[in-house]
Design a protein around this ligand. Sequence first.
Ligand code: ZN
Length: 408
Amino acid sequence: MQKERLQKYAELIVKCGLNVKAGQEVIVRCELDQPEFVAMVVEECYKCGAERVKVEWSYMPITKLSYNYRSLESLSDFTEVEKAEWERKLDKLTCMLWLDSDDPDGLNGTDSEKIAKANVARFPFIKPYREALTSKYQWCIAAVPGKEWAQKIFPGIPADEAIEKLWEAILSTSRVDDDPIAAWKKHNENLARHCKLLNDFNLVSLEYKSANGTDFKVGLNPIGKFVGGGETTLGKKIYFNPNIPSEEVFTSPMRGVADGKVVATKPLSYQGKLIENFWMRFENGKVVEVYAEKNQDVLEKMVSMDEGAAYLGEVALIAYDSPINNTGILFYNTLFDENASCHLAVGRGFNECLHGFENMTVEECHKAGINESMIHVDFMIGSKDMDIVGVTKDGKRVQIFKNGNWAI
Ligand code: ZN
């Protein structure tokens, strides 16, 4: 990939994704795949005045060894070093950047039950930090090609060609053209316009129908709001884009109000395993039945990780004709696939989807209907023929989606 174009991408991630300000600390988490690009990103951070940039490298085969060889007790450990790192994050409000390049099958052959148990054990230690940091710091997830990931998407061609093709797909869907920063300004304005339209309807529920068997109704929160694109931190009011790319307009639904069946339209890569051809059935907001042609056990474990894992945390609307879907590529990666299609997420909801969340405690947000869980997993349900009808507070029905695309 041309260096000039990568330079623009690095700049987009740092200035528009994270919006790094003078004096801030940045942590970059990435695999070993694209060290030259990571260096470009780090330099951009320093050019924006970052005080300190730390790169935390990982390498999937070693992560896998650690899951396979370490005991459950060892994996569950929350160390003094980790505690100190969380304290520092809280103190400095460190910017967090994830450059995702994971092999979608990279953790095949690991014991998902052991990993799940270790995560459950560690969660109580991490949770207070996570809650204290909500909406206070800038973060961004973007992607770079990894060899295994690229070859999974483009099988049967040499690795370097596959990587080049994946670079192209990442850059085009991330709007890295002549002036990506201007393109994102316009894009953020468009997303904000759809949010305003939806919020002005005062919807109490959404009803989904699709020929594949999806027949589903979800309740919306009376004090909820749809958001999308950039977000603003509390405190310093820094505007940042948590996902590059991003096409979604989303909210957190009312916990406990969802009924019917949703059929997934794309496979789901979860903890390094691919769940394929699956559906879930809800009653009173809770998943009561799941089916998957492949990796049903992983899906079952996922929705029973904790009490909230069987409830919804997110409802997201994306046109079927989205730039990502129009590439025709199945990315096997949530960042891209979730932005190609209407989706739902089980698990943790977003407090910031409530009006007035700034003045509410975490408990008050949960009481108001925001779901709580250690997981948040998106899965795709959008299809070419999907119809979505919104029901307003005074009982009017509004066509929101017609044949997979926005009707408003
Ligand atoms: Zn989403």
